[in-house]
Design a protein around this ligand. Structure first.
Ligand SMILES: Cc1cc2nc3c(=O)[nH]c(=O)nc-3n(C[C@H](O)[C@H](O)[C@H](O)COP(=O)(O)OP(=O)(O)OC[C@H]3O[C@@H](n4cnc5c(N)ncnc54)[C@H](O)[C@@H]3O)c2cc1C
Length: 310
């Protein structure tokens, strides 16, 4: 069934959208900060919003699994890849407009860029995002956060395209049901842009905060191939503390290793495998359960593994 639908979709869609935006058997390791994982049957890089109607028509006729990728900084993509269509918003979705404390950012805009740009305009409230290597779209979906704040704190509304029925809505933050690293945005809802409101601040103080956050990240988090925090923090505790006190820092399975710098980060060797990361995640969850009687929940989104709902 997949093959039939895939061929039908290809036939229907590819001749109608620009050549340079279609990638068959696209290696997804290039689109994830873990830099592991197999290929997607098809990756479409979208620059022109008029292409959406073509894709939606194609999907209606030939239903296929869809994966939305931002900067891939919270994804673990299986070594078998993703049997479906990956949509990636291109540079034309990176625009940032700022007026009177209101900031509208395209879904592909990078969080550190938005953070620095707001500070340049004397606004305060988004400094926390300077060290988060995601896009606005991924961050809204995940309700990304840090340093005592998150997306929900300043988001007013987001423009969301429902890929199942083609409806385009301006959804208020209240309707997104935000909680810690959660929104009710579904895997078939594509965030196109987000509008935030910030307060006028002291530019020098905000610049100091940006520098302090960058320094803190450098001192406390590892570089290399990783996807940030692997597990969410249980209420009142930190996943990093639980993993560290279970004696797991430095534990390795094949190419994947628990960081010595921050126990809630897994680093992968160059040319490593997603399966090693997944096995290490399972081992950590099991050991933390044995040691602390606490069940850790993954923050990382797993794609292409058994049970993946994409
Ligand atoms: C070094 C490092 C540090 C990090 N620090 C933090 C931190 O402090 N706080 C934190 O919260 N996270 C952190 N992260 C994780 C990650 O950066 C955030 O979750 C980020 O918001 C993910 O954005 P992304 O664009 O990379 O999304 P992706 O990883 O590409 O996708 C994440 C999810 O969002 C969906 N998605 C992506 N784009 C869209 C879109 N346009 N519309 C709808 N859905 C979409 C995907 O399908 C997926 O379900 C860190 C990661 C790294 C590597």
């Amino acid at each position: 069934m997949f093959r039939e639908n895939f061929d039908g979709f290809l036939n229907e869609v590819t001749k109608r959208i620009p050549d340079g935006s279609i990638f068959r058997d696209a290696p997804l390791s290039n689109f994830s900060t873990y830099r592991v994982g197999g290929s997607a049957a098809l990756l479409l890089r979208i620059e022109d919003p008029s292409v959406f109607s073509i894709i939606l028509k194609g999907l209606k006729k030939f239903p296929l699994p869809i994966l939305l990728i931002g900067n891939g900084s919270n994804l673990l993509i299986s070594d078998d890849g993703f049997e479906g269509i990956v949509l990636k918003l291109g540079n034309s979705f990176e625009a940032i407009e700022i007026e009177d404390g209101v900031v509208k950012a395209g879904a592909a805009a990078k969080l550190p860029v938005v953070a620095r740009e707001t500070v340049k305009f004397g606004l305060s409230g988004f400094e926390w995002a300077v060290g988060v290597p995601g896009t606005v779209g991924g961050a809204v979906r995940m309700n990304a956060g840090g340093h005592g704040s998150d997306i929900a704190t300043s988001l007013i509304h987001a423009t969301i395209l429902n890929l199942l029925n083609g409806s385009l809505s301006n959804v208020s933050a209240a309707a997104l049901d935000f909680s810690y690293r959660y929104s009710c945005i579904k895997s078939t809802d594509l965030v196109l842009d987000a509008t935030f409101e910030f307060i006028q601040g002291d530019k020098d103080e905000s610049k100091r905060v940006l520098n302090e956050i960058v320094r803190w990240r450098r001192d406390n988090q590892p570089g290399g191939q990783n996807s940030g925090s692997v597990f969410t923090n249980p209420a009142g505790d930190s996943a990093g503390r639980l993993i560290e006190t279970a004696g797991l820092k430095g534990t390795r399975i094949g190419s994947a290793c628990i960081s010595e710098k921050h126990a809630n980060f897994i680093q992968v060797d160059e040319g490593g495998s997603a399966e090693d990361v997944r096995k290490l995640m399972s081992l950590v969850a099991e050991k933390v359960k044995d040691f602390h009687s606490i069940t850790l929940a993954p923050e990382t989104v797993l794609v292409g593994f058994n049970g993946d709902p994409s």
